[in-house]
Design a protein around this ligand. Structure first.
Ligand SMILES: Cc1cc2nc3c(=O)[nH]c(=O)nc-3n(C[C@H](O)[C@H](O)[C@H](O)COP(=O)(O)OP(=O)(O)OC[C@H]3O[C@@H](n4cnc5c(N)ncnc54)[C@H](O)[C@@H]3O)c2cc1C
Length: 465
């Protein structure tokens, strides 16, 4: 009888107990705010957690972690909610968006940020002091997710990955302990959270180095979609000074006022350019891109750095079949293939995104952080946004086939861009030695794999992996 009771209690969320021990909000199905709290960036996510906890602080995080561990309750951790792995059915979601305090020290050029803050709000706040940390290309992404995966954005060539500006963090591990981690304290854990994702605990606060940056020369450059332009752009971006980073989308032209009507629906090159600085050098670096072909639109101008994050529509929840790969080159044959596949895709919006890497990111030794793809030249994302769930197979096949066709034997995938291919490809996200070390750190800090709603790294088994 006792045993049966214990079995029933394990895995069941004790909502009354949760409400009694937690200072923050606890939302359950039927509560006002519950559906909003389980709405994430991506569409098609419909998990029904038994409780969503919005912690009031670190102590709440520790209480929830301990309770989930003791009762064997599925636990998901969510900061910005931009991944496929921040919700779970039946279990508890720890919604870190209630923890977004920022403490900026302009003199020391550092900032402590709670993990639930978004990259956009952090960027706006530090910009008031003429300072910056590089994140990605969207301001709504959460600090917790992007940082623990690496962070590749508009300053990657100038200042490296987001994790290359991470000085320290506070992490609640599976034993419920709050740990300060940095180069001196628990260095293995500090290493692991810089690229190993949310596998090792709940990151509650992050200490970032801030870099001086005010105005940038940046904005959208729209060029004709020809193989020569695409391949030429990638060549130029590799030769450009490190101050210049671009994110290029090859996609059908939307009916935007600056695009001539006859081009609507045909593939064009939409390049978001950022030169970290302004003036003559910046203009000089930008000139060859502008000269690749007569631009369809040239909106590059001096702007405050936070303007690189365009306003976003909170009600937009796209469903996409997305794949990621690294490569060293992208020639005119590859470019022609991309343009042809974009033309023939039946998705609402097919797109191929190309990011030229290198610079500061490549100067960090491969084993310094759990993100190890330091020497990859180019990262490509293939995505097909679609509406009808019955078409999932068609668009996934399209993304898979184009990804395979662009593969040139360069290993690796960026963990933050893994999607429903996570289980099949998680091993590709880390070289062998990195993977073994991650599994050993996982075993030390989360031996029962409490933190498994993520791009999961299983703990090493007894005596090794
Ligand atoms: C529109 C869009 C644009 C993007 N652009 C870029 C880009 O330019 N560069 C780039 O590098 N990435 C980019 N990404 C990918 C993004 O970095 C990842 O999806 C990231 O995981 C999102 O973080 P999040 O906190 O918003 O998401 P969440 O879904 O909340 O979290 C993502 C993962 O991290 C874990 N996690 C979250 N918070 C914590 C925490 N506090 N402690 C421990 N684990 C935690 C979660 O459990 C989950 O597994 C983009 C994604 C989208 C949807």
């Amino acid at each position: 009888m006792e045993k049966t009771k214990a079995v029933i209690e394990r895995g069941t969320v004790p909502v009354a107990q949760l409400r009694a021990v937690v200072e923050g909000e606890v939302l359950v199905p039927g509560d006002a705010g519950y559906d909003r709290a389980r709405t994430v960036y991506l569409g098609g996510m419909d998990q029904l957690p038994a409780a969503i906890v919005k912690p009031a602080g670190t102590a709440d995080v520790a209480r929830v972690v301990s309770l989930a561990r003791d009762r064997d309750i599925p636990l998901a951790v969510k900061s910005g909610g931009h991944s496929m792995f921040c919700l779970c059915d039946h279990g508890i979601v720890l919604d870190m968006s209630s923890m977004r305090d920022l403490r900026i020290d302009p003199e020391a050029r550092t900032a402590w940020a709670e993990a639930g803050a978004t990259t956009g709000e952090f960027t706006n706040a530090v910009a008031e002091h003429g300072l910056v940390t590089g994140f990605g290309d969207a301001g709504s992404v959460g600090l917790g997710g992007i940082t623990t995966g690496g962070g590749i954005g508009y300053l990657v060539r100038k200042h490296g990955l987001t994790i290359d500006s991470l000085l320290a963090a506070e992490v609640v591990t599976a034993d419920g302990e709050l740990r300060r981690v940095d180069a001196e304290h628990e260095p293995d854990l500090f290493w692991a959270i810089r690229g190993g994702g949310g596998n090792f605990g709940v990151v509650t606060r992050l200490l970032f180095r801030l870099h001086e940056l005010g105005t940038v020369l940046g904005g959208l450059l729209v060029l004709p979609g020809t193989p020569e332009v695409v391949a030429g752009f990638v060549d130029l971006a590799q030769q450009a000074p490190e101050e210049l980073t671009s994110i290029v989308n090859i996609m059908p032209a939307m009916p935007m006022p600056f695009v001539p009507e006859e081009l609507h629906g045909t593939p064009i090159v939409m390049a978001m350019m950022v030169y970290a600085g302004e003036g003559e050098e910046a203009e000089k670096a930008m000139a060859p891109f502008r000269a690749l072909a007569t631009p369809i639109a040239d909106m590059i101008e001096p702007m405050p750095y936070p303007a690189v994050y365009p306003p976003e529509d909170e009600e937009e929840h796209p469903v996409a079949a997305a794949r990621n790969l690294f490569t060293d080159t992208l020639d005119t044959d590859d470019a022609a293939l991309i343009l042809e596949r974009i033309r023939t895709s039946t998705a609402v919006m097919p797109a191929v995104q190309v990011r030229v890497l290198g610079g500061a990111m490549a100067r960090v030794p491969e084993d310094a952080t759990a993100f190890a793809h330091r020497n990859r030249n180019v990262m490509i994302n293939v995505a097909a946004i679609y509406e009808n769930p019955e078409e999932a197979g068609t668009h996934t096949r399209w993304s898979d086939e184009l990804t395979a066709a662009l593969q040139k034997g360069v290993p690796g995938v960026y963990v933050n861009f893994l999607a429903d291919d996570s289980r099949a490809r998680i091993r590709e996200a880390y070289p062998e030695r990195t993977w073994e070390r991650l599994r050993a750190v996982k075993r030390a800090y989360d031996p029962t794999n409490l933190f498994r709603v993520n791009n999961n790294i299983p703990p090493a088994e007894n005596g090794g992996s």
